[in-house]
Design a protein around this ligand. Structure first.
Ligand code: FDA
Length: 394
């Protein structure tokens, strides 16, 4: 049996950050992970360039049953702290829109930084090692993996959520919580594309690849101003991924297709400048042509010359384009989702240390707990912040 002060389950963003932090405190730390390589989700994130944090990260960017829970960790290890870490490692990066930071070279740079930190902190990382069982002892835990048994004082569960089962996502974190009688909130796929009912699928056939700047609003009034993207499977794009975290089965989403252009005043100016032109051709100057053709073909809007449009028709068109509604059939689920909504109930954990209130020595960090960030680097920031808070205490 191997002895280690701290055993971390999961060599992902949260687990590696926690391990290095605890290692620097002089703890002996072992990270076990069933995968071949550490940080597999980091490697595929942000289209391979890893959107590793968001400069504007604040508690408002997270969904959690207890919205106050994230405050302590996020304020003690901020986006700026992580930026300083990558700068110390001389990693080139760039700013994109909305405070999002990406690697210049690729996501491997972030994994290399975390593994270097773990090496400097003398952390032992054991890959291809799946956790099979956990037993609580009077002091600490016995953890059996496929190749070794460990005796540890502190056990940190950083096993992530259920997204991308191909990359080794397992429900082990929820099972450990249940084994120790901690509440686990129901989980669903989030930051995920919508699938469509057959009639919409047929209607939108041929729009695949079209992207539109929009403002998308959920039934409970949450809005995001970003692009939507039609795909051959349904509807995606950053605005849809964002709103999916706030959507429930059966609900509609409202999409302002022209968030920067009040269509009624535009038609008034077209009446002066282009009275003879057709509505279809004029709309095609401000929206993708294929999309406008689809609306006309399905009689959602009637094509006629601008000077023939009545005021009622202008009002209808304005409402239609600014409050376009879609009722998704569902989501693409864990197969393509970026994160898992729900998880280990934060009421069970200390917001300062992430230690279980019921089981001393047992910690949960990262995506396995009921904290879900918006799209845009917020999920990694929570992984870093929760990893550091736990690593300082475990
Ligand atoms: P993570 O899932 O990273 O790590 C968990 C580890 O536990 C895995 O390595 C797994 O192998 C291991 N494990 C599981 N079960 C085990 C068992 N039984 N035994 C041993 N090991 C086990 N976020 C963001 O902020 N910016 C971005 O750009 C993106 N992009 C993105 C793209 C895609 C396609 C996805 C799927 C996700 C993102 N995300 C993201 C989300 C982000 O990847 C995610 O929130 C973090 O990786 C969560 O980090 P964790 O360390 O909590 O879990």
């Amino acid at each position: 049996m191997k002895q280690t002060d701290v055993l971390v389950i999961g060599a992902g963003a949260a687990g590696l950050m926690c391990a290095a932090t605890a290692g620097y405190r002089g703890k002996s730390v072992t990270v076990v992970d069933m995968g071949k390589k550490p940080g597999r989700k980091i490697l595929i994130s942000g289209g391979g360039r890893c959107n590793f944090t968001n400069e504007n990260a604040s508690p408002e960017n997270y969904l959690c049953q207890n919205p106050h829970f994230v405050k302590s960790a996020l304020s003690r290890y901020t986006a700026q702290d992580f930026i300083e870490l990558v700068e110390r490692h001389a990693m080139p990066f760039h700013h994109k829109t909305l405070g999002q930071l990406f690697c210049d070279n690729g996501a491997q740079d972030i994994v290399d930084i975390l593994m270097t930190e773990c090496e400097w902190a003398q952390v032992n990382v054991a890959m291809r090692s799946e956790v099979l069982s956990i037993k609580k002892q009077a002091e600490g835990f016995i953890v059996k993996t496929t190749d070794t048994a460990y005796q540890c004082q502190s056990l940190v569960v950083a096993s992530g959520g259920l997204t991308m089962p191909k990359l080794g996502a397992t429900p082990i974190g929820y099972k450990v919580a249940e084994q120790f009688e901690l509440n686990v909130l129901p989980t669903t796929a989030a930051l995920v594309p919508f699938t469509l009912h057959d009639h919409d699928k047929q209607k939108f056939d041929g729009l695949s690849g079209i992207s539109l700047p929009t403002k998308v609003t959920s039934e409970n009034g949450v809005s995001f101003r970003e692009n939507i993207l039609f795909t051959h499977r349904g509807i995606s794009g950053p605005a849809i991924l964002q709103i999916s975290s706030f959507w429930q089965a059966g609900q509609a989403v409202t999409i302002d297709l022209l968030p920067d252009t009040p269509i009624d005043s535009l038609i008034k100016s077209w009446r002066d400048q282009h009275p003879q032109k057709s509505l279809k051709n004029m709309l095609a100057t401000i929206m993708p042509k294929r999309f406008v053709e689809m609306l006309v073909q399905h009689k959602d809007i009637t094509d006629k010359s601008i000077n023939q449009m009545s005021n009622d028709e202008v009002t209808y068109l304005s409402q239609y384009l600014h409050q376009w509604q879609i009722k998704p059939n569902g989501t693409e689920g864990y197969r393509t989702a970026e994160v898992t909504l729900g998880g280990v109930d934060t009421d069970e954990l200390s917001s300062k240390t992430f230690e279980s209130k019921k089981v001393p020595g047992l910690f949960f960090i990262g995506e396995v707990i009921d904290v879900t960030g918006w799209l845009g680097g917020y999920n990694f920031q929570f992984a870093w912040s929760s990893g550091v808070a736990c690593g300082q205490a475990c």
